[in-house]
Design a protein around this ligand. Structure first.
Ligand code: ADP
Length: 287
């Protein structure tokens, strides 16, 4: 409500009358709120698009440079081989050139080319995956998280055994979400927990949850290598990796997790101590 009032007084300061008007501005306020929400959403989308575009053009460049560089090397080796063989009997020199080209340079170059194209292929697949998530329908329904987590844990049983780790799942409250997308979220978080275990101690992963007002908050905790505080916000950005040379992934998993949880109006965040382990929290609407 907006209240407007004005009073009239005579020359002695006595009140003559007061006029007022009351305006119902609920609709205006609602429209303003809706507009602000839209502006915020647009800004967030714009930012997201910018960083995806940047990361795509930046990160796809380095495998491409490798392909070009080693492609040239390969063609030079072939030239060398060809000119060495033209109309000549094989001398020791030719033997040597053929040997270097055929047994070292060409296989090495091809190896780099193949590694780079494989990398590029998975980067592109990941990028497409992220883009597809924006258009995929979200079919929200109640999810029995005990059942779901049992499925997720079963699907990674082999990797868990291989890593000599243990996974402990407590009783979990239900939530509202798209079952296949939420399954993907926890599969990514558990796979990461396994991937980044510490070689210094047996791996322990635990999954627990708490019910808050209209929300279920799940936590995936590991005792792995941990994440330094300055990286904690960035790990949810696409292609962000603490150790890109470690070749343990593509830096896409957590971007997918965040996108799915955002589309569920939920929240995902991480707490960690480098060298000690990490906790990933996921808050979803309660069922
Ligand atoms: P990927 O695992 O493919 O590298 P993600 O997007 O899943 O990509 O994760 C981004 C980065 O966040 C990882 O490269 C790693 O450095 C860090 N990270 C994710 N989960 C964990 C974890 N449980 N423990 C330590 N570091 C992690």
């Amino acid at each position: 409500m907006m209240l407007n009032a004005s009073s009239r007084f005579d020359e002695h300061g006595n009140l003559i009358n007061t006029r007022g008007s009351v305006l119902n501005i609920t609709a205006r306020k609602r429209a303003e709120q809706a507009r602000n929400k839209l502006i915020k959403e647009l800004e967030a989308k714009h930012k997201e698009l910018e960083s995806v575009l940047y990361a795509a053009s930046h990160d796809l460049k380095s495998p491409l440079v490798n392909i070009q560089g080693f492609g040239h090397e390969l063609s030079q080796s072939c030239n060398l081989l060809r000119s060495a063989l033209v109309g000549k009997k094989k001398s020791d020199n030719i033997e040597k050139a053929v040997d270097i080209a055929l047994n070292k340079d060409i296989p090495d170059a091809l190896d780099f080319i193949l590694t780079s194209t494989t990398k590029m292929d998975s980067l592109l697949s990941g990028l497409l995956d992220v883009c597809r998530l924006n258009t995929a329908a979200v079919k929200i329904g109640p999810i029995d998280m005990n059942e779901m987590m049992a499925d997720v844990a079963a699907s990674i049983e082999y990797q868990v055994a291989n890593a000599g780790a243990t996974v402990e799942v407590e009783q979990l409250p239900p939530c509202l979400g798209d079952p296949s997308q939420i399954n993907r979220v926890f599969t990514n978080l558990l796979t990461n927990a396994l991937k980044f275990l510490s070689p210094c101690r047996p791996g322990r992963i635990s999954i627990r949850a708490a019910s808050r007002v209209s929300q279920s908050v799940y936590c995936v905790e590991d005792n792995g290598i941990g994440i330094a505080p300055e990286h904690l916000d960035k790990i949810f950005e696409i292609f962000y990796q603490l150790d890109p040379e470690g070749r343990r992934g593509e830096g896409i998993g957590l971007a997918i997790v965040k996108r799915i949880i955002d589309r569920h109006n939920g929240r995902v965040w991480a707490e960690s101590r480098a060298g000690e382990g990490s906790k990933f929290f996921v808050a979803l609407p309660g069922a």
